[in-house]
Design a protein around this ligand. Structure first.
Ligand code: CU
Length: 318
C-alpha cells in the first residue's frame, strides 16, 4: 500500500488518524443513540415495557460492521508494520549499543558518538544491541521504537524529514537511572553531514580524567557506571548515599563538602558496602584535589573532549 519512499512517520500518523476518526464517529453515534433512546423510550411515553423480538438482520449488522472496522484497522496497521520492517536499500547503517544508562553510536567509518548524527531525507538503519538488560530505543518525533535485547541484534529504520535535533529515550525500564538514558538525533543538511562525517575528530581524554588516571584514582574507580567492580564516580553529585560514620549508618546527599572529605579523609565516611580501602596518593596537591572535586560536581559527563573543538576555539580567539 505504501509507495517506495514513504516514511514511517506517514504510516504511523495515517493509522492513528484513521483510528481516531473511527473512534470519534462511533462516540458520536453511541452518544446520539443514547440520548435519542432516553427520550423516545422514557416511562411517560412507554409505561409498559415491551419485550424486544429477535431481529436476525440487526444482529448480523452489528456483528459484521464492527468486525470489518477492526479488520480494516488491523490491515492499515499491518501495512505500516511491513513498511517498518522493510529497510530501503539505500539506507545508511549505524550501529547502536545500549547499556545502563547510555547509548553509543558507531558509523561505518569508525566514528563513535553519544548522540546520533544523520543527514536529512536519507534512510537510516540502526542495528542495535544491548550490553546488559533490555532497553528500548525510542524517537517519538520520528515515530520509531524498538526493543534492544541482550544477546540479539534488532533493527529499525527511519527517514528524517526536517533538520534539527530530536529526543531519543529509553522506553524500557532498565534500572535506577533509566530516566536519564537520554540522547539526541541531530538531523543535518546533507552537506553539513558530509563535512561532519569526514571531519577528523580526535577524541582526547578530559584533562582532569587524565590527571586522575595518573594519580591512580582510576585503579579503583571508573568514570562510567558500567565497568565491573570499580566504584563509579560518574553522576555522584546530588545523589543520596548511605555512609558509615563511626560505625553508624547515615544518609547523606553528595555535595561538594562530601566529595572533598571523601578524597582527603576517606575513612571518615565510608560508602556502605565498601571497605575502607581508599588511599590517597602522596603526591596529590590541594589544587589537584580542588580540580577533581569541581570536575566530579559536573557529574563527569565530559570525559572526552573533541580535540577539534579546541582548535576551533583557538581560531575564534585569533
Ligand atoms: Cu534503558
Amino acid at each position: 500500500m505504501y509507495p517506495v519512499g514513504a516514511t514511517i512517520s506517514e504510516a504511523v500518523d495515517n493509522i492513528f488518524l484513521y483510528i481516531i476518526l473511527v473512534s470519534v464517529a462511533l462516540l458520536l453515534l453511541v452518544t446520539f443513540l443514547m440520548i435519542w433512546f432516553a427520550i423516545k423510550y422514557n416511562r411517560k411515553r412507554h409505561p409498559e415495557p415491551k419485550p424486544v423480538k429477535e431481529k436476525a438482520w440487526l444482529e448480523i449488522l452489528w456483528t459484521v460492521i464492527p468486525t470489518l472496522l477492526v479488520l480494516s484497522m488491523f490491515y492499515y496497521g499491518y501495512e505500516g508494520f511491513k513498511l517498518m520492517r522493510t529497510v530501503p536499500e539505500d539506507a545508511m547503517t549505524v550501529h547502536v549499543t545500549g547499556r545502563m544508562w547510555d547509548w553509543k553510536f558507531e558509523y561505518a567509518n569508525g566514528k563513535v558518538t553519544d548522540e546520533l548524527y544523520v543527514p536529512v531525507d536519507q534512510s537510516v538503519k540502526l542495528l542495535m544491541k544491548s550490553l546488559d538488560v533490555i532497553h528500548s530505543f525510542y524517537i517519538p518525533s520520528h515515530r520509531v521504537k524498538e526493543d534492544v535485547v541482550p544477546g540479539r541484534e534488532t533493527y529499525l529504520w527511519f527517514k528524517p524529514q526536517t533538520v534539527g535535533p530530536a529526543d531519543i529515550f529509553c522506553a524500557e525500564f532498565c534500572g535506577q537511572r533509566h530516566a536519564y538514558m537520554l540522547s539526541k538525533v541531530n538531523v543535518m543538511e546533507e552537506a553539513d553531514f558530509k563535512k561532519w562525517y569526514a571531519s577528523e575528530v580526535k577524541v582526547e581524554v578530559h584533562p582532569v580524567v587524565a590527571m586522575m588516571e595518573e594519580l591512580g584514582c582510576l585503579d579503583c574507580h571508573s568514570m562510567d557506571a558500567s565497568e565491573g567492580n570499580r566504584l563509579s564516580l560518574k553522576d555522584l553529585f546530588g545523589k543520596k548515599r548511605i555512609v558509615i560514620v563511626d560505625g553508624k549508618e547515615k544518609e547523606i546527599t553528595i555535595d561538594e563538602a562530601y566529595l572533598l572529605r571523601s578524597i582527603i579523609e576517606p575513612s571518615a565516611e565510608i560508602v556502605k558496602g565498601q571497605d575502607d580501602a581508599m588511599e590517597l596518593p602522596d603526591e596529590i596537591t590541594k589544587e589537584q584535589i580542588n580540580q577533581i572535586v569541581q570536575y566530579l560536581k559536573t557529574g563527569g559527563k565530559e570525559q572526552k573532549i573533541e580535540a577539534k573543538k579546541e582548535e576551533e576555539k583557538k581560531e575564534e580567539n585569533k
